[in-house]
Each structure stands twice: as structure tokens, then as C-alpha cells.
Unconditional design. Sequence first.
Length: 218
Amino acid sequence: MISVAIVGNGPVELHPDFKQFMSEVDIWIGADRGSLTLTKNQIPIEYAVGDFDSINEEEKGAIQKNTNFFEEYPPEKNETDLELALRKGYELHPDKIYLFGVTGGRLDHELVNIQLLHSIITKGIRGIMVDKSNFIELTLPGEHIVQHDDNYPTISFIPFTQHVRGLSLSEFKYSLVDQTISWGSTLCISNRLLLNNGTFSYKEGILLLVKSCDMIPV
């Protein structure tokens, strides 16, 4: 089992505590300025990729000292830095890919990054986006286990396709049996587990699992 983590250029204030993922992640990849984030957090980088147009030469030098492979691309390119990092991640044949630093900032970037979860799961890889207040995973039809997480206690289910059919929730505060939810439905927002584990299953469609917490003002 191989787990890869990719860190993008998203706002630093939205990053989760990377320490809680250190024991699970085998390989860290920095996408452009995300490489600097890893360097500042003293996390060794396997691959640093991107055009690096958002950092200065001193910062670039620090990244190069902290990575095994530094790959710089021209600013004019067809792929985003995150896509380049994902392509590198796929070459490692992981079972799971975490995406950090890919939320916040520009809404168009955030929305397309959520859509990237679809390209990950269609390759047979679990794709998970994590920030300070959200844990987002795209799922396919079948039965799935959800584990309670003190950092993200609130659980919501959002249809990624227009309809998700045959949805059932077990061991949740608000259970559900063989329901259809569609775009715009709030039926499955803000639920909680009754125990440490629960299950959800559905027959058709694609569903986003969102585990979250309320942001606490500093």
C-alpha cells in the first residue's frame, strides 16, 4: 500500500496539521509553491514540480536542497502545476493520493480541483482533498465505511452527478434507506455518526463525502 501526498499553492492558513498525516504518507510531492510549504514544514520532498514562477531564487534554492527530484517547467504550458504533480503521482502507482493546499483562493481553481478527484478515482486510486476544515472524497456506487474523526465530526453527502439513487445511511444520527438525492438537495447535509464507524451505500451515480468542522476564529 502506497500513499502519496501532493501539496499545492492554496492559502497557507487553510492547511491542516501535516504532522497528523506523517505516519500514513509514504511520498510527498510539491506542486510549485507547495514545495516551499513542505520545505518550511521540514518535510522531505521526493518530487518538486511546476513552473515555480511564484517564488524567488532564494526560495527555489531552499526547495532544491529539500527534494530528491526537482522538475521545472515553462510558465506557458497546457497543464496546471497540480496536474503535473498528479501525473508524477500516478507514475508511483499509489493506492491513495492526498491533496493539500488545493482549496481556498480562486473559486474556479477550487472547483476544478474537486473535479480532479474524478480522474483519480477512475484510475482505481482513492483521492482525498484535505484542508483545515474539510476532508473531501469522491466515491462510486457500492458500500463504504466511514470512520469518525474528531477533527472532522460533521458528515455530509453531496451528489456529484445529477442524481444519486438508492442511498442508505447506517449508524448515523439521521439514517436513510434507499433514497434518491439530486443536485441542490440538502437532505444529507450536516449528519453525524452514532458510533466510531458507520456505512453508506448507493446504487447509481457519483457521491461526494464531505467530513468537516466549523472554523474557530483565532
